[in-house]
Design a protein around this ligand. Structure first.
Ligand SMILES: [Zn+2]
Length: 795
C-alpha cells in the first residue's frame, strides 16, 4: 500500500535518500517518477497503461433471493464461481460483508461525535433504533460446490473462506453461501441502501426497498495489494471484481422490481407493459411502462402471493435491486453515436410522492448523461441505465442509481410545489450517479482507498454535463472561483489521503479534484490535449482496475506535457493558489549618450521633493553671499555634460560594430514584473496588460517560471507600448484565493457595512411577567386586563 502525505511545502514525508539540507530551496518540479510513484511492472506499465501481463480476477454469481416484506429481511443463497486469473496460488478467499450495522463492527465502535451540546432528532432516533435492532449478515452457511461445509472466519466486514484445496493460477472454484440480511430503515440509520415506509396518517402505508451490498461479494485480489483487506468503516466505498450475474428475486406479487442487468423473464409483465416497453425503445419522450394509475391501484390492493423476477448482467462489478408496489415506471431508448453499441433503455422508477418532478426530469437526465459522458470517455456499454427514487439521497451501482429529491406537499393544504434546489438537485444527482457508471463502475478504481478517483473524476464530468444542460445550472463543484474558501481552510488533507481519513469530505473528495481537472483542461493543457489524454485514460482502464499513478502517468504520457508539479500541488499538498503582483518596473536601455543620460538624471532628481530642511528655510534669513565669488560650480551641476563625456561617447560610437550600435538604439520598454507566490501552489501566471494606447493583451506565463524560486520571481516583458495597468488571472480561472493583490496598480475595493443591533441583555423581570412602579423597586404582576382596558379607553 502506498501511503504518501505531503509535508509543508510539498516534500514527501517518507524517508527519502534525497534531501535539500542547505538553504530553504523547495523543488516543486521534482519528478514523482522513481521516488513517489511505484515502480512500473509487467502488470501496469510506465506509460500508465495496463501492462502486457495485466490480469484481474473474474467472479460470477448465481443468486436466489427472497424479500420478506413484513420482516423487511432478505434471505438468499448464492453460488460464487471464482476464476483465479492471478499468477498466484490462493489458499483462501476473502469476501466482503459491507454492512456496517452490526453493533460490534469497527464502524460502530469507532463512531465519533462532535463535542458540544447539540444532537439531531435523527441521531437520537438512530441511537434508539440500535437498542432494538441490529443489521448485518446473519445465519451464514458456507459450503463447496458439493455441499460440504467450508471453514470460514468473519473479521469485521470481511469474511475469509478456507478452501478445501489450494486454488491454482488459471483454475476456478465454486463456493455456496446462504445468508439472511435485515434491511436497515434508511432514513433512521442512514446508509447507501435500505427501506422507506410511507406510514404517516396521510400516507398509503406501503414501502420502497433498495437493496445494495446485500449479498457476500468477493473482495479484490490485485497485482499491487494482494487481497484488499480494509474493512468498511463508512466513507471508503466499494471495490469489486467484474463478473456475470444471474439473479432471481422473489417479492410480493404486486411489486415492481428494478435491478442491475436486463429482465430475463419479461413474461412476468403484462402484455400491455411489454408493448409499452417496445414502444419506449424508439420514443422521443419517456413512456410509462407502469402508469401512475396502475401504481395507485397497486398501493390500494393486496398481493396474491409472490412472483420471481429474474435478471442477468454481464461484466458488472456489483448487483443492486429495488422493489415496491408504489413504483411508477417510465422508459425511453437512448441511441449512441457508435453503431457498435446497443440501444440503452433509460428508465426511472418512483412513487407518486416524487411526481411530477421525476416524470419530467429523471429519464431525460439519464439520456443527457449518456450523451456527454460518451463524448468525454466512451459509449455506455450496458443495455439499461436506471434511476430509482427512494430514501437514499444519491448512490450508484451498475446500471442502477438511487436518487432522493422530491417535491413538497403541504400537510394541511395539500399544495404541491418543488424548490429550485429539488429540481436542479434531481437533475444533478441523476447525472452524478449515472455518471458513476463510467467511474468507478467500469473504470474500476479502488473507492475504499481513493475517493477522488471516482468522485473527483465523476464530479468533473457532472460539472461539464450540467454546464451543457443549462449554462446557468446552479451547482458549482468544478468552477475555480468556488473552491477558494476550501483551499484556504485549515482543516484539510491532501487528495492523496485514504478515503477514511479525509477531512471536509465533499470538498476534498469531489470539489477539489473536479476543479483541478477543470483547471487542467481550460488553463494548463487546453481542451484538445486534455480531452485526448482523459479519453485515453478512460479507454485504457475501461473494465480494468487503475491506480492513481496510472491516471497521473496516462495524463502526462498522452498529453505530452510534464505535469508532476501539478499533481504535487493539487493532489499531494494542501497549498492554495495566491499569486500577488507586487511591483512593476519600467526600464529602458542606457543609450550611453551623455546628453540623453545626464538630462534624464537631472529630470529624475528634479522630480524628487525638496528636502524639508531646505524647503522650510525659505522663511529663514540666510547669509547674503558675495555675488563676486560665484563661480563655475554655481553655473553648472553634476548633470552637466563635459568635453570629456562627449569625447568618450564619440570614441565609443567609432568602436561599435553595427549590431552593437543597433542595440544601443533599441527604444522598447523593458517591464519587470515581480510576482510573489503566497499560496504555495505553483501555477501558470496569466497576465493581462492594458496599454496607454487603449490596446491590451493576455500573456500566459507557464508554471515553470517558478522552477528556480517557488516563492518570488521577476519576469520581463519587452514592448514599445506604454503600460497603464496589469492584472493576474483576469478571467478567474486559477482559483486565486486573494484577488486584492492581483491588480497593478491596486484597486480600491467596494464593500457594504451592515448595521448591527446593539446588544440588549436578558430581562428576567419582564420575562417573568412582572413590573415595578416609578415609586418602588418591589415587583408586581403585570395587570393584563388593566392594560387592555387602558387601550380601549384610548380609543
Ligand atoms: Zn458520487
Amino acid at each position: 500500500m502506498m501511503w504518501l502525505v505531503a509535508a509543508g511545502l510539498g516534500v514527501a514525508a517518507h524517508a527519502s535518500p534525497i534531501a535539500q539540507t542547505k538553504g530553504d530551496f523547495v523543488d516543486k518540479f521534482r519528478q514523482l517518477e522513481g521516488e513517489d510513484w511505484p515502480t512500473p511492472t509487467d502488470y501496469r506499465n510506465a506509460a500508465g497503461a495496463p501492462g502486457h501481463r495485466y490480469w484481474q480476477q473474474k467472479v460470477d454469481y448465481r443468486i436466489t433471493a427472497r424479500l420478506d416484506e413484513p420482516s423487511r429481511t432478505i434471505s438468499g443463497s448464492e453460488t460464487i464461481t471464482y476464476h483465479n486469473n492471478s499468477p498466484d496460488q490462493l489458499r483462501y478467499l476473502w469476501l466482503l460483508l459491507d454492512q456496517n450495522y452490526k453493533r460490534d463492527h469497527i464502524a460502530q465502535r469507532a463512531e465519533t461525535v462532535s463535542p458540544g451540546g447539540q444532537i439531531s432528532m435523527t441521531e437520537v432516533r438512530q441511537a434508539m433504533r440500535y437498542k432494538e435492532w441490529e443489521g448485518g449478515f446473519n445465519n451464514l452457511k458456507v459450503t463447496d460446490a458439493s455441499g460440504r461445509p467450508l471453514k470460514f472466519t468473519v473479521v469485521d466486514t470481511l469474511l475469509r473462506i478456507d478452501l478445501a484445496s489450494p486454488l491454482n493460477s488459471g483454475a476456478a472454484t465454486t463456493v455456496k453461501i446462504e445468508f439472511t440480511l435485515p434491511m436497515p430503515e434508511a432514513r433512521v440509520v442512514g446508509g447507501r441502501s435500505g427501506y422507506e415506509c410511507f406510514t404517516k396518517a396521510d400516507q398509503d402505508g406501503n414501502c420502497i426497498f433498495l437493496a445494495a451490498q446485500w449479498f457476500p461479494r468477493a473482495a479484490v485480489y490485485s497485482d499491487y495489494e494482494g487481497w484488499h483487506n480494509k474493512a468498511f468503516v463508512g466513507s471508503g466505498e466499494f471495490t469489486l471484481e467484474f463478473g456475470d450475474y444471474d439473479v432471481s428475486i422473489t417479492v410480493p406479487s404486486d411489486h415492481v422490481v428494478s435491478a442491475t442487468g436486463v429482465l430475463a423473464n419479461p413474461e412476468i409483465l403484462t402484455a400491455a407493459q411489454r408493448a409499452r416497453l417496445a414502444q419506449a425503445r424508439t420514443a422521443k419522450e419517456p413512456v410509462y411502462i407502469v402508469t401512475p394509475a396502475e401504481a395507485l391501484a397497486a398501493e390500494k390492493g393486496k398481493p396474491s402471493g409472490t412472483k420471481t423476477w429474474r435478471f442477468t448482467a454481464s461484466n458488472v462489478r456489483d448487483f443492486a435491486f429495488a422493489s415496491s408496489r408504489k413504483f411508477v415506471w417510465d422508459a425511453m431508448g437512448v441511441k449512441q453515436n457508435d453503431p457498435q453499441v446497443p440501444l440503452v433503455m433509460a428508465m426511472s422508477f418512483y412513487p407518486k410522492e416524487a411526481r411530477p418532478l421525476w416524470d419530467a426530469y429523471s429519464t431525460k437526465a439519464i439520456a443527457h448523461t449518456i450523451d456527454v459522458y460518451g463524448e468525454f470517455a466512451f459509449t455506455y456499454p450496458y443495455p439499461t441505465a436506471q434511476s430509482i427514487n427512494g430514501p437514499v439521497g444519491g448512490m450508484e451501482y451498475p446500471m442502477m442509481t438511487f436518487n432522493g429529491p422530491r417535491p413538497v406537499k403541504d400537510k394541511k393544504t395539500g399544495q404541491l410545489t418543488y424548490t429550485e434546489r429539488a429540481k436542479y438537485g434531481l437533475i444533478g444527482v441523476v447525472i452524478h450517479e449515472i455518471g458513476h457508471s463510467w467511474f468507478p463502475m467500469i473504470v474500476n478504481s479502488d473507492e475504499r482507498q481513493w475517493t477522488w478517483m471516482d468522485e473527483g473524476l465523476n464530479s468533473f464530468l457532472e460539472f461539464e454535463a450540467e454546464r451543457r444542460w443549462d449554462p446557468k445550472f446552479p451547482r458549482a463543484r468544478g468552477e475555480p472561483r468556488d473552491i477558494v474558501e476550501y483551499m484556504v481552510s485549515r482543516d484539510q488533507v491532501p487528495l492523496m489521503t485514504n478515503s477514511e481519513s479525509v477531512l471536509q469530505f465533499g470538498n476534498n473528495g469531489y470539489a477539489k479534484p473536479a476543479t483541478a481537472l477543470v483547471i487542467l483542461r481550460e488553463t494548463i493543457l487546453g481542451r484538445e490535449l486534455f480531452d485526448f489524454a482523459f479519453k485515453e485514460y478512460a479507454r485504457r482502464w475501461r473494465f480494468k482496475r487503475p491506480t492513481p499513478y496510472d491516471f497521473f502517468r496516462t495524463m502526462e504520457e498522452a498529453s505530452g506535457v510534464d505535469l508532476d508539479w501539478f499533481w504535487r500541488g493539487w493532489f499531494y499538498s494542501t497549498d492554495h493558489v495566491d499569486i500577488s503582483l507586487d511591483k512593476v518596473v519600467k526600464a529602458r536601455l542606457d543609450t550611453r549618450n551623455p546628453e540623453v543620460e545626464k538630462a534624464w538624471g537631472r529630470d529624475k532628481a528634479k522630480a524628487e521633493p525638496t528636502p524639508l530642511t531646505i524647503a522650510r528655510n525659505t522663511q529663514v534669513p540666510v547669509i547674503d553671499r558675495d555675488p563676486a565669488t560665484r563661480d563655475f560650480y554655481d553655473e553648472t551641476d553634476r548633470f552637466t555634460v563635459t568635453a570629456k563625456d562627449r569625447k568618450d561617447y564619440d570614441g565609443l560610437k567609432k568602436k561599435l560594430e553595427p549590431e552593437e550600435a543597433a542595440v544601443l538604439g533599441f527604444k522598447d520598454n523593458f517591464y519587470h514584473f515581480s510576482f510573489r507566490n503566497i499560496g504555495g501552489l505553483v501555477m501558470p501566471v496569466i497576465l493581462k496588460l492594458d496599454y496607454e494606447d487603449g490596446s491590451s493583451e493576455t500573456i500566459r506565463i507557464p508554471a515553470e517560471v517558478w522552477r528556480y524560486n517557488a516563492r518570488a520571481v521577476t519576469w520581463q516583458h519587452v514592448t514599445p507600448k506604454v503600460l497603464k495597468a496589469a492584472e493576474v488571472d483576469p478571467l478567474w480561472e486559477t482559483a486565486d484565493a486573494d484577488r486584492s493583490n492581483n491588480a497593478y496598480p491596486r484597486r480600491i475595493e467596494p464593500a457594504v457595512l451592515k448595521l448591527r443591533d446593539d446588544p440588549t441583555g436578558d430581562n428576567r423581570m419582564a420575562d417573568s411577567e412582572l413590573e415595578v412602579t416609578p415609586d418602588s423597586t418591589k415587583t408586581r404582576p403585570i395587570k393584563k386586563d388593566e392594560k387592555k382596558d387602558e387601550k380601549k379607553d384610548e380609543k
